[in-house]
Design a protein around this ligand. Structure first.
Ligand SMILES: Cc1cc2nc3c(=O)[nH]c(=O)nc-3n(C[C@H](O)[C@H](O)[C@H](O)COP(=O)(O)OP(=O)(O)OC[C@H]3O[C@@H](n4cnc5c(N)ncnc54)[C@H](O)[C@@H]3O)c2cc1C
Length: 455
């Protein structure tokens, strides 16, 4: 069986790695990539001793399948876990940083939620919703269950992590488990507790009593080193954009500018907006989905110039605070090897669904506005950065908003009508690397079962 994977981002490489682990030889897998190098959103800039991630800062440490992928890619020896200090997280409230609670006592005493809203949170299991709509935004779901008092926390989390708008994102695609807990248990807390109990039971059964995993995993020379390990030994043709995919007799023909290839199985590992032209059975319309631009501003300082800076993972800013940046990661606290000794690295994210135009500002304006925004929050005094680096994504994180079921219908319909065609990439069913690793593994299993390999 010949497999072609369109796109050598994290998803394409994860699918290839799992397919190979399930018995398909690397020579039978061809990966066609539009860009000059594999990685997609993942890339790492190594400059002046700083390590700057242009995309994900890391992979969730407790993600089981992503960990399996790291092992299969032979990248365990280069894993760099996040430091313990990353447990300290902050939210902006009235122009200052307030620590997020990380235990029952701090949850009771936190000034981030009013006393009334805390009582409302505790009442959630007893709140009855008569009519649960078929589709809700994440904001609607959380307000229905927990009241309005946590809206600013959700808003900050979603704009920081998804560069999105919680009032537009579809709950069923962004946090499917929460929507399921409400539907099946009538309560997120009740459903969550049952789920946690079940997870513990499974962990016990498989004898997984390891110590708590680190929050994030990065790699010796940054995320790009994982991409290098995942790419190793595969036939990856870079600078080869796929223009169209057609069915010809029993094979699929994949057309590029100067070449064409045929295969029994084609995995489309590009986001919906980059999907090649499909001349296949039962084609549905695929409308573009929002993927607002985001920018990453990396700033390096001498640590002696910042004696009062807060320490930890970073902060997020709710939109009602009306600040320039969505949030800042204290990169050198989380991954000390990402800055030279004695230096501090911050990674500021801005733009996204609420303020896409900010990500298009000139480099000078981006750095200047960013510094003005973070200076009082991070107690920078009059310190000036010794190092700056700006990364822009013209097309940023795809937003799985209300109505995203149409994109999912397109995917399921095409996969059903055209055996051998599969989809896995950011923007189809999820956006995080841990989710895409899960999907890659599931897809590899489906391909092996459906194609009853070896053919
Ligand atoms: C700023 C930022 C921060 C992020 N932070 C995190 C984080 O902390 N944690 C996390 O889990 N995730 C994070 N993400 C999301 C993460 O980057 C993605 O989940 C992941 O990298 C997506 O990989 P992918 O392969 O699905 O898509 P992509 O990375 O988009 O890869 C798709 C590939 O397909 C190629 N391609 C497109 N069209 C064609 C064509 N016609 N022919 C051939 N090839 C084509 C592209 O060139 C690309 O290489 C972040 C993303 C951004 C932008």
């Amino acid at each position: 069986m010949k497999v072609i994977i369109v796109g050598a981002g994290f998803s394409g490489l994860a699918t290839a790695t799992f397919l190979h682990a399930k018995g398909i030889p690397k020579e039978d897998i061809l990966i066609l990539e539009k860009g000059p190098v594999p990685g997609g959103f993942i890339n790492t800039v190594n400059k002046d001793g700083y390590i700057i991630e242009t995309g994900p800062e890391g992979i969730r440490g407790n993600a089981m399948v992503a960990n399996e992928l790291i092992d299969l890619a032979g990248a365990r020896d280069i894993v760099e876990p996040s430091s313990n200090i990353s447990a300290n997280r902050y939210l902006v409230q009235k122009n200052r940083l307030v620590k997020l609670p990380h235990g029952p006592i701090s949850a009771v005493t936190t000034p981030l939620i009013s006393f009334r809203s805390k009582l409302r949170l505790l009442a959630e299991p007893f709140v009855k919703n008569k009519d649960i709509p078929v589709e809700s935004s994440l904001g609607e779901l959380i307000e229905r269950r927990f009241g309005k008092g946590v809206d600013h926390l959700l808003d900050a989390f979603i704009s920081g992590v998804y560069a999105g708008d919680h009032r537009k994102l579809s709950a069923s695609f962004v946090f499917p488990k929460l929507a399921e807990f409400e539907r099946e248990h009538g309560s997120i807390i009740r459903g969550g507790m049952r789920y946690a109990k079940e997870q513990k039971r499974i962990e016990k059964k498989v004898g997984d009593k390891k110590k708590k995993p680190p929050f994030l995993l990065n790699f010796r020379n940054g995320m790009i080193s994982l991409v290098e390990r995942m790419s190793d030994g595969f036939d990856i043709r870079c600078n080869t954009p796929v223009l169209s995919i057609k069915k010809r007799e029993s094979k699929y023909v994949v057309e590029c500018e100067n070449d064409q290839f045929s295969a029994d199985v084609v995995v489309i590992s590009t986001s919906p907006n980059n999907c090649p032209d499909l001349e296949l059975k039962g084609k549905l319309p695929l409308n573009p989905i929002p993927a607002p631009p985001v920018a990453v501003v990396a700033l390096g300082f001498d640590e002696n110039d910042l004696p009062d800076r807060p320490r930890g993972y970073g902060y997020l800013s709710p939109s009602k605070e009306d600040r320039f940046a969505l949030g800042t990661l204290f990169t050198s606290d989380v991954f000390p090897h990402h800055a030279p000794d004695g230096k501090v690295l911050f990674r500021v994210i801005l733009g996204g669904r609420r303020n896409p135009e900010r990500a298009k500002l000139s480099t000078e304006a981006l750095v200047e506005n960013t510094l003005e925004d973070i200076r009082p929050l991070l107690k920078l005094g009059d310190a000036q950065p010794e190092f700056t680096h700006v990364v822009r994504h013209k097309s940023g994180i795809p937003q799985l908003e209300l109505g995203h079921w149409r994109v999912d219908d397109f995917r399921v319909h095409l996969e059903t009508q055209n055996p051998g065609i599969y989809f896995n990439a950011i923007g189809w069913t999820g956006i995080a690397t841990a989710h895409l690793a899960d999907e890659g593994r599931r897809l590899a299993e489906r391909i092996i079962n459906q194609q009853s390999y070896p053919l």
